[in-house]
Design a protein around this ligand. Structure first.
Ligand code: SF4
Length: 96
């Protein structure tokens, strides 16, 4: 259903006939760790994630699995490490 609250006109799984069914009846702006991610859009001067209603929660347990600007790798000790993706690497992949 199309959002009628923050992302007006955007198709959203949380929008039901009674309104937004997500926590607090709304979605939440991106957090600092989202900076550089391509999955964002601006609505009324604030930036929101196109894929998830609460970006902060996507970073609670390591790295966001939808992020386009980082790559999460598991090291030998089993710890998740986050590496920034370089735009040039992404561009090169697109040329293959
Ligand atoms: S996909 Fe992840 S990193 Fe990108 S804006 Fe959404 S929550 Fe942030």
């Amino acid at each position: 259903m199309k959002c009628v609250t923050i992302k007006k006109g955007v198709d959203c799984a949380f929008m039901v006939s009674e309104g937004c069914s997500y926590k607090g009846g709304q979605c939440y702006p991106v957090v600092e760790k989202c900076e550089g991610c391509e999955r964002t859009s601006e609505f009324d001067g604030k930036v929101y994630c196109n894929s998830y209603p609460e970006p902060e929660a996507k970073w609670d347990h390591g790295a966001c699995n939808f992020a386009t600007h980082i790559q999460a790798v598991v090291d030998k000790a089993g710890k998740v490490k986050v590496n920034p993706l370089k735009a040039s690497k992404r561009a090169a992949k697109g040329r293959k």
